[in-house]
Structures are given as C-alpha cells and as structure tokens.
Design a protein around this ligand. Structure first.
Ligand SMILES: [Zn+2]
Length: 230
C-alpha cells in the first residue's frame, strides 16, 4: 500500500468506527453545522485545532495561516470571520499562536524565505512596535514573547474589524480570546486578553502590554524608532 492509499484506508476505518460509536453522526452533521467556536491559528502541522481542544467535527470553525495573522485587507480571513459571526453565530473566537513558530522566528531574525516574507512583515511590524519590551530579553525569550505579542496584536485586529464592531453594535454576544500553545507540553495558555465589548478593546490591550516590562533606556534607535509602542 502506498502512502496515499494508507490515508484512504485510515479514513474508511475512522468513518466506520465513528458510525459505530455514534450512529447518525454523519447524517446529523451533513444537515448543518452549528459550532460555538472559531479558531484562528497557525498553519503549522503540530497545532491541529480539534485535537488540542478535544472537539469533534462540527464543533469548531477553523481558519489557519502562517503565524496566525489577521490583516484588515485579507479578504480570506475577514470573510471567514464574517461567516462565523453572522451566519454560524459563534460565541467565541480564539486567536491561537504557538511557541516555536517558524513564521515568528523568521520575522524575528529577518530571514528571507520567499513570498512569506511579505506576509511575515506584519509580524516584524509587531516586533518593531514593541521592541522596547523585547530587545532587552535573550533571543529565546524574545521569540517566545513575540509569539505572545503577535497573538495579542491579532486579537486586537479581530476586535477592531468591521465584522466584530458591527456584531457588538447589534448586541450580539461574541468574545475574542488570545491563547498560545506549547509544542513542548501540549498545553494551551490563556493570555488574558479576552474582549467581549468594544469599550474593552483599549483597556484590555493596554493591560496586556503592561505585563511585558520595557528594558532599561538607551536601546539603539532603529529606522522606525519613532513608531513607539503607545
Ligand atoms: Zn507557527
């Protein structure tokens, strides 16, 4: 059996076992999905939304890209978020980064890897904006903290999107959360940046940044030295 045949074989066994365990599972899901959660995560193969959270098919609506970035001009992410919020009526959107993210590492080191350089420019912008909270750390810590800060920034981007602003204006109950996943221990960590109303966005964001102290003054000025971080 070649490796592709093996996937089909595995699929047949999984479908059979699922039907045995829960008769009607597929016919029910074929009618409709009604997930309560939306997961915005990294494309990394080691961070599968359903397995990590123990959720079945039908329970989480997923959008993944390199380094879990949400950009206001990305129609793919925005239309996925809009569908989740307006049609599926998800109650929770979680932006989930992970430690050891190759995208974050490449952004951190300014490595050139191809087309993704342009995408990762957004993560480099996060690094620049918060460099006073990053530059004084050792490289391994910088990488971990940048993974967290990238999540916090993307939570802000989701919260400030027209989709979320409109949903909250209508009185819809939907929260945005920021988590980070540890490849080394399989555990999710809540970054405590949950936003459930428009007036929470700025204070929650500011409180989150305070958890990352700035280093001593005197750090070298960069080209973008005047961008500041608040
Ligand atoms: Zn990643």
């Amino acid at each position: 059996m070649n490796e592709i045949d093996a996937l089909f074989e595995h699929n047949r066994r999984w479908a059979e076992a699922t039907k045995q365990r829960e008769p009607g599972f597929f016919t029910r899901l074929a009618q409709q999905q009604s997930p309560r959660y939306m997961w915005i995560g990294c494309a990394d193969s080691r961070v599968p939304a359903n397995q990590i959270t123990g959720l079945d098919p039908g329970e989480v609506f997923v959008h993944r890209n390199v380094a879990n970035v949400v950009v206001h001009s990305d129609l793919n992410a925005l239309s996925t978020i809009q569908f989740a919020v307006e049609h599926l009526k998800v109650e929770h959107i979680m932006v989930v980064g992970h430690y050891g993210c190759a995208g974050v590492r490449a952004a951190m080191r300014g490595a050139r890897i191809g087309l993704a350089d342009n995408w990762l420019r957004h993560v480099q912008d996060v690094r620049l904006r918060h460099r006073k909270r990053l530059d004084h750390l050792d490289p391994a810590q910088q990488e971990d903290i940048l993974c967290e800060m990238n999540v916090i920034e993307q939570v802000g981007n989701v919260a400030l999107s027209t989709v979320m602003q409109d949903a909250w204006a209508r009185g819809q109950k939907v929260s945005v959360h920021g988590w980070v996943y540890g490849l080394a221990d399989g555990l999710l960590k809540d970054l405590q940046v949950t936003m459930s109303r428009p007036d929470e966005v700025v204070p929650v964001f500011a409180a989150a940044l305070k958890r990352y102290p700035r280093g001593p003054d005197g750090a070298a000025h960069t080209v973008a030295g005047e961008l500041g971080d608040e």
